[in-house]
Design a protein around this ligand. Structure first.
Ligand code: NAP
Length: 489
């Protein structure tokens, strides 16, 4: 089966921070792959913008290296054609330098114009201000911003206000790249394109849900940012809550952006509050100490961030509850952390056990059905079911796993999340992007947890780098008679 690639209309993509890590590892390689599949017309332009003094030729050399490293290709013709799309303008977000040059390069043609802010969040506002002051924001302009969108509700509101003065909400694309992953969209397909799951997608049939986003790396070069944020702001407020919303939302009337985002918003608003009164019971904070990763000794968090007094968590686990008829009594266990044993992101839907064992002794090992959606490292969907163990000798039961991703049926590689999201911006499709009210609702739920930690004195418990977090995280789920899913089916 061959995938279908529908070209988008010609565009100008201005990448502020065009010389940075995100542009190099993700944005340029992703745009190149879409170009190779014929989705990007040759009259489009990709304009790198940053303070560094650079000619367009030098920028193309930078982009060429990024492609060689992150999207290697033997097709010299396609690489050369893609290079023609690239331009560079030296622009400083915090001064007048370069803005008129950028304006004149963009010209007057009425193309879709996307401004991707691959820069630190402190200059999102100044860039939006200057784009408008210099008359570059037009009806068909779009603004793309990356996390972090604020560090609490107040700062998120201020940022949304600032950009909202220059861009309409339907022009603003808040990226959460988890939403661009194939498996996450497959979750919507499984839920809403099959009759199979919908009738059992509720508290009568689902025992609990687990969402794990584990990283094996430490804070790497992000120490100064990370130490101010911690796992709850960096991962829980956005990626994990977004995944929870997609599992828990009611079927939308359509997959149009607002229909989906309205349903996600309702989930966020139905989360039972966690605050000083219950933060110690419902959440676990952790911070790694020295240990091992991939067989090598690694330093602890405090050494990595060079702050002996830091009380920032590099791990958080929590038990969320959704106060609706559908989900009453179904816990959602969420955990994320750094320096865990593996890089794995997955959603596990654990169904209830069968109400009666009709198989006597042969049924004592009966396991509840599980639907597992793996986002990384290998994207895929699997469903565990019980079957009769094939062969003679009486009826014995066995658990088997059905692979439901069917990735091998497609000859195209699974696209990187950014490939889809970058072109959704051009198409003007906001379904996989966060709306302002969603981001703010997520902070409205997260802020009291952080305040509750402070008020109740909940400090991060130490865990050894390379382990699955503090023992309290295991206790969080085991005291409910459940266990974290760790690799087995
Ligand atoms: P980075 O490597 O530090 O790059 C920052 C870029 O911003 C550079 O191109 C820098 O170039 C430019 N810049 C800095 N100050 C500027 C100014 N005053 N005017 C114009 N350009 C300026 O950062 P990054 O890792 O690419 O991250 C960029 C954004 O994406 C951040 O908000 C980050 O949180 C977010 N993000 C990154 C990743 C990732 O994988 N890297 C993932 C998710 C989110 P000059 O120094 O030449 O100006």
């Amino acid at each position: 089966m061959t995938s279908q690639f529908i070209p988008v209309e010609p565009f100008d993509y201005v990448v502020f921070g065009g010389t940075g890590d995100l542009a190099e590892r993700k944005l340029i390689p992703s745009l190149f792959r879409r170009f190779c599949d014929g989705q990007i017309p040759e009259t489009s332009r990709i304009i790198g913008a940053a303070r560094s003094n650079m000619e367009t030729g030098e920028y193309r050399t930078f982009a060429r290296k990024a492609i060689d490293e992150h999207a290697p290709s033997d097709d010299a013709g396609q690489i050369a054609a893609f290079m023609e799309l690239l331009h560079y303008v030296a622009v400083d977000a915090l001064s007048e330098r370069g803005w008129e040059e950028l304006k004149s390069l963009l010209g007057k043609e009425d193309k879709v114009r996307a401004f991707y802010l691959a820069v630190g969040p402190s200059i999102f506002g100044p860039i939006a201000d200057r784009l408008d002051q210099h008359g570059m924001v037009r009806d068909r302009s779009r603004l793309v911003i990356e996390k972090p969108i604020g560090k609490d509700l107040k700062s998120a509101r201020e940022l949304n206000e600032t950009i909202g003065r220059h861009f309409r909400e339907d022009q603003i694309f808040r990226i959460d790249h988890y939403l661009g992953k194939e498996t996450v969209q497959n979750l919507m397909a499984l839920r809403f394109a099959n009759t199979l799951y919908q009738p059992v997608w509720n508290a009568s049939f689902i025992d609990h849900v687990q969402i794990t986003v584990a990283e094996s790396i430490g804070v790497e070069g992000r120490g100064s940012y990370y130490d101010k944020a911690g796992a709850i702001r960096d991962m829980m407020q956005n990626h994990l809550l977004q995944l929870l919303c997609l599992v828990a939302m009611e079927p939308p009337a359509s997959i149009d952006a607002d229909a989906v985002r309205d349903e996600k918003l309702k989930v966020l608003r139905s989360l039972k509050a966690i605050d000083a009164g219950n933060a110690a019971q419902q959440t676990v904070r952790g911070q790694y100490k020295a240990g091992a990763s991939g067989g090598e000794a690694v330093p602890g968090y405090l050494d990595e961030v060079e702050n002996d007094l830091s009380e920032t968590e590099s791990f958080v686990a929590l038990k969320a509850e959704i106060e609706t008829w559908r989900w009453a009594g179904v816990p959602f266990y969420l955990r994320t952390g750094k320096r865990l044993p593996a890089r794995v992101s997955e959603i596990v839907i654990e169904f209830k056990p069968v109400p009666h064992n009709a198989f006597g002794d042969a049924g004592t090992d009966m396991k509840a059905n599980r639907l597992i959606l793996r986002l990384q490292p290998d994207e895929g969907v699997s469903q565990s079911i019980m079957i009769k163990d094939p062969g003679p000798g009486g009826l014995r039961l066995r658990q088997v796993t059905l692979d439901m991703s069917f990735a091998e049926s497609f000859d195209a590689h699974a696209p990187d999340a950014y490939e889809r999201l970058l072109l959704d911006v051009i198409r003007g499709n906001q379904t996989l992007f966060m709306r302002r009210d969603e981001v703010e609702a997520a902070w409205r739920w997260i802020d009291p947890i952080i305040e509750g930690w402070l008020a109740a004195g909940v400090k991060p418990a130490k865990y050894t780098a390379g382990s699955w977090g503090p023992t309290a995280s295991i206790a969080l789920i085991e005291r409910d008679g459940r266990t974290w899913h760790e690799g087995e089916t």
